[in-house]
Design a protein around this ligand. Sequence first.
Ligand code: KG4
Ligand code: ZN
Length: 400
Amino acid sequence: MSGREPLLLAIESSCDETGVALVAGGRRILAQAVASQIALHAPAGGIVPELAARAHLRWIVPALKEVLETAGVTIPEVDGIAVTAGPGLAGSLLVGIAFAKTLAWAHRRPLVGVNHLEGHLYAAWLLDRDEPERPAPPFPLVALVVSGGHTFLVEMRDHLAYRLLGETVDDAAGEAFDKAGRLLGLGYPGGPAIAIAATHARRRDAILPRAWLGSSYDFSFSGLKTALRRQVEAELAAAGRPGTEAGGRLDPHRVAELAWGFQEAVVDVLAAKTLRAAEETAAQAVVLGGGVAANQALRERITAGAVSRGLPVFVPRPDLCTDNGAMIGAAGCQRFVAGERAGSDLGARPAWPLVRPFGTPDTRRPPRRGPAARAYEAALAAERDTAGDDPVASTRESAR
Ligand code: KG4
Ligand code: ZN
């Protein structure tokens, strides 16, 4: 980036966190605020969309005020406003989008619509306000995004250019953690609760099934969830306490052991496929993002495997793995610098995919060398030419 680094005001409201941040040059967080709704949704055991949208309305202005005051910045000083346009809950997205559009219009600042999943990916580029400079992730890289609603593995050869290697065929990893948390009576959200329970496991020998899906990079977690449910039911029946969704009545030590077994099964598959993808695509780095990337066991497993292969791992600190505004500022800056601007017709795109289908059938597993590798490179170049290197539809396209 030449000249002064762009300063972006970023807004995230796609799910159950209201996030606002000021990010300079797509990396440096000047200030950020996240208003979490976890306590609001916990009694229902999951996100209630209408409550979420109302809470965004309640907290978005205080979050903005706090960020501007902390950084000592006024809106006319920012170069642009980035906002999550999807995927996510329609009502929640609309709150952030309407807010960002109003600010952009009132202050005559450019607006950029950002894909939430791209935000999770670019969180790995972020630096805290006082953190010493450090290099950005080098390309080519392999990135694993594991959130509550999405789980996929992509190869990135450059900024904003993604090739889908694999994705979940059923539940997202975070969704699986949340369902397992309910089965074990651990409450919502299940991910952090299972991670904590697992650390208390006295015996670490509970084996739950892994879905390897052959040599593909796809993931599946629904069989694991069913296996856990059957295990819980069988143990309750054996103890004369039959019933489902009643894991809370299992002995807490047993809950901890099953939590450990569940986490181990998820981590095993995520780590093995990510590391194999890094090897097969000759990646220079591994990037992790999304709420489940806050999981310590996953971070440690992937880091150990990558280090043994001489690869650096870029993983945001845990609170930047879960939803936040700064990550939208990081991704939004890349889009801003690439010249993307959204119009006043920017709408919510609840099911906006990050990566559009690649086309040719053999491209999900890139060959490493030989004629097949050259054909793959040629297909990739042709795809880039026709797509203008822009894997997601223009943010000007209205959402429907
Ligand atoms: O990325 P995120 O904040 O929201 C979505 O975009 O979905 O991810 C939330 C998900 C939830 O399913 C939550 O259970 C999971 O991330 N999660 C974790 C951990 N912290 C959050 N899963 C496993 N271990 C954790 N420490
Ligand atoms: Zn998210």
